[in-house]
Design a protein around this ligand. Structure first.
Ligand code: ADP
Ligand code: MG
Length: 371
């Protein structure tokens, strides 16, 4: 048995204490303005829990990829303004990744982070799969706990992994192909079937011998896809792939295709037949995990597949979980964000927790002095 992860009540009395809360304020920005404050609002239950009990809260987060040096574009100023509106009096440190010590998990940087701090709370699920200084450092010395957001994420995702109602279906799409191929194998061990759309599908289609034109695919991953297809078949699991596609032809004109793409064509969405078939799988499932849009939904010509899948996620009676920044954005864009059971704040972290059943950030909390 692994040790339990301490929760907020395991901190004891927080009155008068300075509590460092590692949040995930990595919000989408455009021209210096926050386009969606979901991640800031998501941290409020934990912040309020602490302030209501008399703690002083100091929040800290990364934003973007500033590569270890102060970068005006990635300053926390806009987040600080929004946070002050939502939670007056709560402090926010500067972007953690302005210091190379954050990503390097440097001991001296941890030392500076915890100076004057009495307790540590991790509520940054989206960063828990990284062994960065602000995630794994403070629990080595400070009484620590997971925040309410992190606690909910862990409960939901470990529930999926350890005890899902079956059939359990995972739907994968998006564009981070080789990143996500790693988890396909692990997912295949826990799901009953896997549905693959988005740019992900082209490497699988290529593995089946279909021409994919100029679509986004990864030739060096074809062998992996071949192996995954063979293994899943041998284990009685289905990998559902598109049977029709939507995109542009070699002249750049909108076109619909079967499963073979002509030379120069690009697939940007699953076709209507595929979208209907994927919906059926979702409707018949009892647990569904969705990560990655089915197409380039930012372009209205290529949003239909993602919209249909989002609609099915809203309509099915299955327990539904969505992970991934762009998948969550698509769900919100189509107005279904409130119609699924859980929208995860972490894409990579959700996949890794499903894959491995643990994360460096959780392991660190289990080792805290109060655990
Ligand atoms: P998430 O953030 O949900 O984990 P990803 O970041 O992996 O998802 O991928 C999201 C991106 O994938 C979107 O910007 C979308 O436009 C892109 N995408 C999906 N399908 C395709 C495709 N067929 N060709 C190119 N890009 C695609
Ligand atoms: Mg993304």
């Amino acid at each position: 048995m692994t040790r339990p992860i301490p929760t907020l009540t395991d901190l004891g009395d927080v009155r008068g204490k300075r509590v460092l809360v590692r949040t995930d304020f990595n919000v989408p920005m455009e021209n210096g303005a926050i386009t969606d404050d979901f991640r800031i609002r998501a941290a409020l239950p934990t912040i309020n829990w602490l302030t209501e009990r008399g703690a002083t809260v100091v929040t800290a987060s990364h934003l973007g990829r500033p590569k270890g040096a102060p970068t005006p574009k990635y300053s926390m100023d806009a987040v600080r303004v929004r946070l002050a509106e939502l939670a007056p009096g709560v402090e926010l440190l500067e972007n953690l990744r302005f210091d190379p010590g954050e990503e390097a998990n440097d001991a001296a940087f941890v030392e500076r982070l915890v100076q004057g701090i009495d307790m540590y709370v991790d509520d940054a699920f989206g960063a828990c799969h990284r062994a960065h200084a602000s995630i794994v450092g403070p629990p080595r010395t400070l009484p620590s706990a997971m925040g309410l957001l992190l606690q909910k994420e862990v409960e939901v995702l470990l529930g999926l992994r350890n005890n899902p109602k079956r059939p359990f279906v995972a739907i994968l799409g998006g564009s981070k192909i080789s990143d996500k191929l790693g988890v396909v194998e692990a997912l295949l061990a826990v799901v009953d079937s896997l549905v693959v759309g988005g740019a992900m599908c082209f490497t699988f289609l290529a593995a089946q011998g279909y021409p994919v034109g100029d679509s986004l695919w990864e030739p060096d991953q074809v062998d992996t896809c071949k192996r995954l297809l063979a293994e899943s078949a041998a284990n009685g699991k289905t990998i559902h792939l598109p049977e029709d596609l939507v995109g542009v032809d070699a002249t750049g004109r909108f076109a619909t295709f079967g499963v073979r793409l002509p030379e120069g064509a690009k697939g940007f969405d699953i076709g209507p037949g595929t979208a209907a078939a994927f919906s059926d799988v979702i409707m018949e499932a009892r647990t569904v995990f969705w990560n990655g849009p089915m197409g380039m939904f930012e372009d209205p010509r290529f949003e239909a597949g993602t919209r249909t899948v989002a609609q099915a996620m809203a309509d099915t009676s299955a327990f539904t979980v969505v992970g991934g920044g762009d998948s969550a954005a698509a769900l919100a864009q189509f107005g279904f964000a409130d119609d699924v059971d859980h929208v995860s704040t972490g894409g990579g972290a959700a996949l890794e927790l499903l894959e491995l059943g643990d994360l460096p950030g959780l392991e660190a909390l289990r080792g805290a002095p109060n655990a």
